[in-house]
Design a protein around this ligand. Structure first.
Ligand code: COS
Length: 384
């Protein structure tokens, strides 16, 4: 499943133009209003951005992982908030359905997700279950032909915009670990589902995250993802493996933009009668950032190609996510440093990007969780 090269290149060029002509000029508005303008969301629909990863037979573009990574890298040369609007629908919110949904479930949701008519959210995290995802407490108890959901989900991106929630809940409360967890496709308008107000965050203004509270929310048995109980955690882990490649491209895209900001400032800003880019200590910062960007892009595309060849990538995706997000943090820090006092001022975009990229090292698995996944896989390969 992939777009042919020529069509793909045309598509990628249109994203590059969209970023340059529409998204970058709208960045300040988004920062000031904490909203993404509706006309920009409509243009994202028109470009097919909500359907990047959804198979063509369900109305999406059907990109393979390598192509998705390339497009996401391009898109993330603008404020990360824009990517966040499509992020859950392209990635973690829909991919459980694409991977394991029944034909009926796919037909019910995928065409509307692909067109952007509805958006999706991935509901795993809870107040007491973050890194330790398998300890989640939301329950879905079978009652006749239905399941009844109770519990609270936290930090759910796009919950306020979503028309479909992929919810991980414990169908077997007696089984404490992963195997008691199932996944459900839930309409947020279901009675008993409350989406809380948007969280106030450090950065990425315009992104919307919120709690979701389930109070005796009744869903039909047909909402059980794949029609099989006990598979929810494993599906979530596979979705996150894939999502970590997507996020690596988010990190490399914004890193490239931040380096461009630092480079143009270094070329223009004069001190001691010389552009500061002529100074070797500034050059060292630029060079370190460029090398880290190159490394991050190369490893992400390499792992994405392996994913497309259906190779096992859990460890590689964790390596990519850890490296590229940590690198983005260093790159943003150096960009602020190169800007000097101006780098601390809201007038220059590196101040905003510095705050925005801080999230990359936290969501979809902290750096420490990536380290744990990498080391566990190393030890497992030794045992085999
Ligand atoms: N693909 C498929 N199955 C996987 C898997 C993967 N990548 N990783 C783990 N599993 C399976 C294991 O094989 C194990 O199966 P069994 O029940 O048959 O033994 C089960 O899942 C539990 O795995 P494990 O014992 O490793 O679970 P732990 O609770 O120790 O830890 C981690 C799992 C920490 C890796 C997981 O909880 C995690 O990724 N946490 C971070 C969650 C996260 O990213 N949150 C962000 C919120 S979404 S924005």
């Amino acid at each position: 499943m992939a777009l042919d090269n020529e069509t793909f290149e045309l598509m990628k060029d249109s994203v590059t133009r969209f970023v340059r002509d529409r998204l970058v000029p709208a960045e300040d508005t988004v920062e000031q209003t904490n909203e993404v303008p509706e006309e920009i969301i409509q243009e994202m629909r028109d470009l097919g951005l909500f359907g990047l990863s959804i198979p063509e037979e369900y109305g999406g573009l059907g990109l393979n992982m390598e192509q998705e990574c390339e497009v996401i890298h391009e898109l993330c040369k603008a404020s990360l908030t824009f990517r966040s609007v499509i992020g859950t629908t392209v990635g973690i919110g829909s991919q459980g359905l694409v991977m394991t949904g029944t034909e009926e479930q796919k037909k019910q949701y995928l065409p509307r997700l692909a067109s952007g008519e509805i958006m999706s959210s991935f509901c795993l995290t809870e107040p007491d279950a973050g890194s330790d995802a398998a300890s989640l407490r939301t329950v879905a108890i079978k009652d006749g032909d239905d399941y009844v959901l109770n519990g609270t989900k936290r930090f759910i991106t796009n919950a306020l915009r979503a028309g479909m929630l992929t919810v991980m809940a414990r169908t077997n409360p007696d089984k404490k670990g992963a195997s008691g967890i199932s996944a459900f496709l839930v309409d947020p308008k279901t009675p008993g589902v409350t989406i809380a107000k948007a969280d106030e965050k450090m950065g990425q203004r315009g992104t919307k995250t919120s709690d979701i509270i389930f109070e005796d929310a009744r869903v039909p048995a047909s909402a059980l993802l794949g029609g099989a109980e006990g598979q929810g955690f494993y599906t979530a882990m596979k979705v996150l493996d894939r999502g970590r490649l997507h996020l690596s491209s988010v990190s490399t895209g914004i890193s490239e933009r931040i380096i461009a900001e630092a480079l143009s400032y270094a070329a223009e800003r004069k001190q001691f009668g010389t552009p500061i880019g002529e100074f070797q200590l500034v050059q060292a910062m630029l060079a370190d950032s460029q090398a880290e960007l190159f490394a991050g892009q190369a490893m992400t595309l390499d792992a994405a190609k392996k994913y497309d060849r259906k190779e096992e990538i859990a460890m590689l995706a964790a390596c990519c996510k850890m490296f590229t997000t940590e690198a983005a943090g260093r790159i943003a820090d150096r960009a602020v440093q190169i800007h000097g006092g101006s780098g601390y001022m809201a007038e220059y975009k590196v101040e905003r990007f510095y705050r925005d990229v801080r999230l990359l090292r936290l969501y979809e698995g902290t750096t420490q969780i990536q380290q744990l996944v990498i080391a566990r896989n190393m030890l497992k390969s030794l045992a085999n």
